[in-house]
Write a protein that binds this ligand. Sequence first.
Ligand code: BDP
Length: 603
Amino acid sequence: MLRPQDTATRERKRLDGLWDFRIDRDGVGVEQGWQDGALPEARAMAVPASYNELVLDPGDREFFGDLWYATTVRIPRGWQDQRISLYVESATHRATVWLNGHEIGSHEGGYLPFELDLTDAVEPGQECRLVIKVNNTLTFASIPPGVVEDGPTGPRQRYFHDFYNYAGLHRSVWLTATPKARIEDVLVVIGLDADTGLVDVRTTTSEADELRTALVLSDADGQEVASGQGSQAQLRVPAVELWQPGRGYLYELTIRLTDRDQLLDEYRLPVGVRTVEVRGTQFLINGEPFYFTGFGMHEDHAIVGKQHNDALMLRDFACLEWIGANSIRTSHYPYSEEFMEHADRTGLVVIDETPAVGLNLGIGGGLFGSQGYPTFSAETVNEKTQANHAQVIRELINRDRNHPSVVLWSIANEPESHTEESVHYFEPLFAEARKADPTRPVGFVNMMLARHGDCRLAQFADVIMLNRYYGWYAFTGDLAAAEQAWTAELNGWAGDGKPIIITEYGADTLDGMHQLIAQPWSEEYQQQYLEMNSRVFDGIDAVVGEQVWNLADFATTAGIIRVGGNRKGVFTRDREPKLAAHWLRRRWLDRKAADAQVEAPAD
Ligand code: BDP
């Protein structure tokens, strides 16, 4: 599946704006025919946006079930003889689509796009009623999982992850027109032979082999540097300009499908030439050891929730650049396609994560106010969950495999990983990821409950990713003891001979709270906590990265350990720096300058 584009042969129309919206409080929508489009008592809803902060009734905000969206669209009259489809970038967590009352299709999973063929259901020039029923209920089968429990006042949605379950149409919705004989998919695999870039291109087309596929690769100035033809071809780029961390040099690949001299379809793809390799305890990009600095993040902002918004995204990138971060993890779900494209352009290195978060029901239950459950059982996380998990791995890799910014797949965040059941569940999923992309390393993020020696999944990973909160959840307020225990654990992992990335470490911090004798929650403590962690990392060679939790404060469910959300941000929720941000900036800019062998910029 290819992201919609405007090219010589393709068109797209963005359907963003105010749609009609109705929460199906009584679960009567289908029975009452809301799919036909006349949504009774509808109110306006922004698309894209999370709906939750735009309704002020607490019951509406916390609602789980069906959310109905409807809009009227006109199919452009020039779209005769085209394949017309609907491309939905994100419907959290599943959706069913009707057009003029006819069911067109559905999709499971909230953070990855889906495309539905509308060709037989529409007429160019015609006005149509488009209805999308979004469902936000989390179950033991969904990724991420959740459960509906009986509460004193009725059923309640519980989930096992520490961010608010925002829902809605979070990213753009598109109508697209492509030629019937078309390019269906493209895979670019990169290699390097000395300073020659090797760009292997595999193209899938909808039709017969007699059609010709022509490839042209141009540099950033638009000059052609290589060309080729065929559905499998290798382009060689002498004296190649590499895509590098912090310098996202991009070529552009133009793929043209022709029938004799007639152009049938055209697609353009940015291409970054870079290699990734794990060698011993090193993580190499373009053959050079790479040290990750940066954050675990969230797509999260006041009012709009998980909406993709270009301006808010640029502010996040500006914060990352200012502080000297060279990388992020898309914790805990795939981010918008615009984000990935911008990472490619700016040279931001990305650890790309599936939405598999909270697959540790024992701990999740306790932390998030639910009863405890066994993680893996016939009634909880089971084969159905595993099938959905495999599906999101395939869909994520299929969506993001051509992004040079992506250097590592994370197939889950903090799952149960110390039991035999976890091995049964995860071993096939590692295989699934490797099959979908044999070119990049694969890992998962380990949590504190499965320390070195107890974790049974690390054996399947190319890179060890650790979330640790020594000095916060463990040894709270005692940084000296934390430093000792953390160093001891990390030395154990270092003995395994794989690179280690610290994917989370952080301390909740209330901006504005200052203390001379620094205690947890103060701005001073956050800085001292980060300083302590840095000392630990600097002493261990196998540590090849540090990603602080979190870039910014973010919304969570209500809880006694959350103050208006999770406050581990180094920036506030509106992206202003806390005290520690300045210290971190100094550390990372100095490190960057040392790597580049230049003088570090002054403050
Ligand atoms: C880790 C989770 C992350 C949480 C964080 C925390 O991976 O989602 O927000 O802890 O507690 O366990 O702040």
